[in-house]
Design a binder for this molecule. Structure first.
Ligand code: ARG
Length: 401
């Protein structure tokens, strides 16, 4: 590997670092780098389970066993689901992206901090490059602690090729990895890189693993989701925990080709990147939740909340869950969700999750305005008299020069 500027730093002798470890190339080369280039004596690798494929966790275990001093796997699926349900309550979307990776990063970073505190570590590390959003998300959460923050790939300015060479030199056998960079968790699967970086390149069908092509979808299916205080709690009448509910909807929705997104996204640093996502459960739950809100919230609430939702989504995209505004928005959003209980029927139809019925004991709905109800239509005359009052005067009397 080209001579990296940094030489082994003796000031860290005898010191311990806890690394957020996925088991991929970036984080794997970080382990020897933390020893050789940074002088850490003990490297503890932490893999946080947010619903990535079990094979990924196994790979991390295997690699870490020969590389790191210790490897810890932390199951954070329940915490991740709490974060996901916050996103549902906030109808979360950033430029059409359901925020899967962005939702998981703060959960992972928090777990790394917990392990670091437990281990009495001196530093925490991540393997993010200096190009993406994830570095910002890790750093933001890490910054709530007093641990030194180390990001070897970014600091040493390594390219993928240089990482591969370094990996070989250190006996890290990186199987000929997919051309694509994939990040997968309970909420979404993201695919980027290689030819996909060209926004004009049409993604080959093979990159999709959670969803079939909508053209291959079977006959329509109707499902019913019940929400309590903005949170989905049962599917077709069966109460289930969040993880099971999301897994089940990913499966059913994926079979119907629901939840594919191909967008040009504005990264926090400012550049545009082409992103492909799969997220069947997210599409179904977000559609159903937003629809239920339209039945039970007032017009004023809906209008104002759409602003809060957009700000919430942007904060989370940027990794700013430590921003006090994030907590304040959650308090507001939770208040609005007190009445968001009810059942939504969704038709799964060739790539679409279409709401075909909704009911709630809190519906702001009155039969008085039905076409068939005998209500006093004359009452509206007074209301209407003052409607557009100023605009009416203006139209009749104002002079336009
Ligand atoms: N663009 C998304 C985000 O910033 C997803 C990034 C996922 N990374 C990947 N290697 N596929 O949250």
């Amino acid at each position: 590997m080209r001579d990296v500027k940094m030489t082994a730093d003796t000031k860290r002798r005898g010191r311990k670092v806890v690394l957020a470890y996925s088991g991929g190339l970036d984080t794997s080369v970080c382990i020897p780098l933390l020893r050789e280039k940074y002088g850490f004596e003990e490297v503890i690798a932490v893999t946080v389970d947010v619903g990535q494929p079990p094979a990924d966790i196994e790979r991390a275990k295997k690699r870490a066993s020969s590389l790191s001093d210790r490897h810890v796997v932390v199951d954070a699926k329940d915490e991740f689901v709490e974060m996901i349900f916050r996103a549902v309550k906030a109808n979360a979307s950033y430029e059409g992206y359901v925020l899967g990776t962005a939702l998981a990063r703060p959960v992972i970073a928090m777990k790394v901090l917990e392990v670091a505190a437990y281990e009495g570590a001196d530093a925490v590390a991540h393997g993010c490059t200096g190009k993406g959003n994830d570095q910002l998300r890790f750093d933001a959460v890490f910054r709530t602690s007093r641990f030194e923050i180390v990001a070897p790939i970014r600091e040493l300015n390594l390219t993928r090729e240089e990482e591969r060479e370094y990996a070989e030199e250190h006996g890290i056998h990186v199987e000929k990895e997919h051309r694509w960079s994939i990040d997968e968790n309970l909420w979404s699967r993201s695919i980027e890189g290689a030819e996909l970086e060209d926004p004009a390149f049409q993604p080959p069908e093979e990159i999709f693993q959670w969803t079939v092509s909508p053209a291959e979808a079977p006959e329509d299916e109707i499902i019913e989701i019940h929400f309590e205080r903005g949170i989905p709690v049962s599917l077709d009448g069966n109460r289930m925990d969040g993880v099971s509910l999301i897994l089940s909807l990913n499966k059913t929705g994926g079979k119907h080709g629901i939840g594919r997104t191909d967008i040009v996204e504005d990264r926090v640093l400012g550049f545009k990147s082409r992103e492909i996502y799969e997220h069947p459960a997210a599409t179904i739950l977000l559609n159903a939740h937003a629809d239920l809100e339209r039945l039970v919230l007032t017009r004023a609430e809906i209008q104002f909340k759409s602003i809060a939702d957009a700000v919430w989504s942007e904060l989370v995209y940027k990794g700013l869950t430590i921003e006090p505004l994030y907590e304040a928005l959650n308090a507001f959003i939770d208040k609005t969700q007190e009445r968001v209980s009810g059942t939504v029927r969704v038709k799964l139809h060739k790539g679409n999750a279409i709401v075909v019925g909704r009911k709630s004991p809190n519906a702001i709905f009155t039969k008085d305005v039905s076409f068939d109800a005998k209500t006093e239509q004359k009452m509206a005359e007074g209301f209407s008299f003052y409607h557009a009052f100023q605009a009416g005067i203006c139209a009749r009397t104002c002079h336009k020069s």
